[in-house]
Design a binder for this molecule. Sequence first.
Ligand SMILES: Nc1ncnc2c1ncn2[C@@H]1O[C@H](COP(=O)(O)OP(=O)(O)O)[C@@H](O)[C@H]1O
Ligand SMILES: O=P(O)(O)O[C@H]1O[C@H](CO)[C@@H](O[C@H]2O[C@H](CO)[C@@H](O)[C@H](O)[C@H]2O)[C@H](O)[C@H]1O
Length: 472
Amino acid sequence: MTVSPPDRSLVRLLAGWLPAQRWFGGKDGPIDDLAIGTATELLPGDPALHHLILDVRQDGVTDRYQMLLGVRSDLPERLRPALIGRLVGDHGLDGHVYDAAHDAELTRPLLAHLAEETAAGPVRFRRAPGTGLRTDLDAVPTTAEQSNTSLVFGDAYILKLFRRLSPGVNPDLEVNLALSRQGCEHVPVVHGWVELEPDAAGDDPVTLALLSEFLRGATDGWQLALTSVRDWFAQPAAAAPTTAGAGDAGGDFAAEAERLGAATAEVHRDLAAAFGVSQTPAARVRDAVFGMHRQLDEVGAVVPELRPYSHAIREVFDRLASQAGTLTYQRVHGDYHLGQVMRTGTGWTVLDFEGEPARPPAERRAPAHPLRDVAGMLRSFEYAARFLLARGGDVPPGAAETLEQRARAWAERNRAAFCAGYAAAGGPDPAEHEALLRAFELDKAVYEIRYEARNRPSWLPVPLRSLAHLAG
Ligand SMILES: Nc1ncnc2c1ncn2[C@@H]1O[C@H](COP(=O)(O)OP(=O)(O)O)[C@@H](O)[C@H]1O
Ligand SMILES: O=P(O)(O)O[C@H]1O[C@H](CO)[C@@H](O[C@H]2O[C@H](CO)[C@@H](O)[C@H](O)[C@H]2O)[C@H](O)[C@H]1O
């Protein structure tokens, strides 16, 4: 790669560190060039806090990432895992440089910046109207598998630092504010955000971070679902491995799945009210099918295990293209799965309206059919059902077949409950859109195969194992 002075060694350190980060989206290929787009001192001294925008060029495309860089002359033991390297007088920096998201001493002042709505260079801190903020809380980064990095302040706030930046207002902020205005009960309260001044007058600021209410005591849907699957797998061998039998497990999830279906329909209703609906002609639906084929080609080229299913998948896509009349499109979640929903004491809350991290911003915002989200959640039930089996683990000898049947029964039961809840609360009935739903599910499975191959190769068997069933 080319390294442009004067950032020589900082740039080199960052180029070595970046590819190993969970949130780095460019793991497919080498970094051709990395430059520091903006560097803003947020806190002077030792330790010091700097906000960096990194322009990362790969295969002719430049992506922008952000990070909080800590600088300390002495690095305490607790910050060793966050170390990026040592600089001597480079870029005006001397000492250990590290990922400051892990340093509570440096992240605590971010709350004061938000409360006072300060501006530092191009970085502007904004407080939501009517919000009073506590500024005395220490932050701990979440350990969740994430595309971004979130900091939890006490048990009051969660600050999500968007890692790969897209131009303009981040859809997560945009949608959360719009749904709150609709009085939607299923989103957390927005307390503030951080933005970057636009490069050109007239452009929207770029959202850097979102400060929301922390849902204290809530559990995410993925954990709840896995607990239920574990219970069901642990039932005595005599328990019938049927869909109805899956309801006998101590931790049956079906009532929650039904409530989640209803909450999803309510969120879709409020998204439609906030952003409007449009009638999409058949030609545009065919364009969407073309996109499904393209993704299948791309993923098949890098994951050979997908290829035996390609023909059957294409047939499902083509069936949709040949049937398509006009469809009602609207703003949707776009990357809907069990890790994006949290069960609080009062019901389900939906998080993360950013869409799929690998898609370009315009596509993430584009209206779509709401059953795309339903398909995402149905895939997630498949994931939860098959996760323990596909990842090996403690399957007793001879139990695999029974557990496979149980996995299928669990998924069927919860899929049906979710769809029933969704339709009863006014969403388009999934049973009446079979071709659309199957195409969406397969398209999502193909996306997941690429996602896992890139980000969590040991998870690849999870979506692969469900293909035989789904494509059949
Ligand atoms: N408001 C919140 N309250 C409590 N936990 C949250 C909240 N927002 C996010 N989380 C936790 O962080 C995880 C990741 O959040 P998410 O917004 O989906 O980030 P990402 O876009 O990086 O995946 C969630 O699965 C959840 O466990
Ligand atoms: O939550 P993100 O916006 O980061 O979404 C990405 O990562 C998800 C995993 O964290 C991934 O979801 C896949 O794995 C989930 C279990 O971890 C499962 O519930 C989902 O159904 C499955 O798609 C998501 O696809 C990806 O975009």
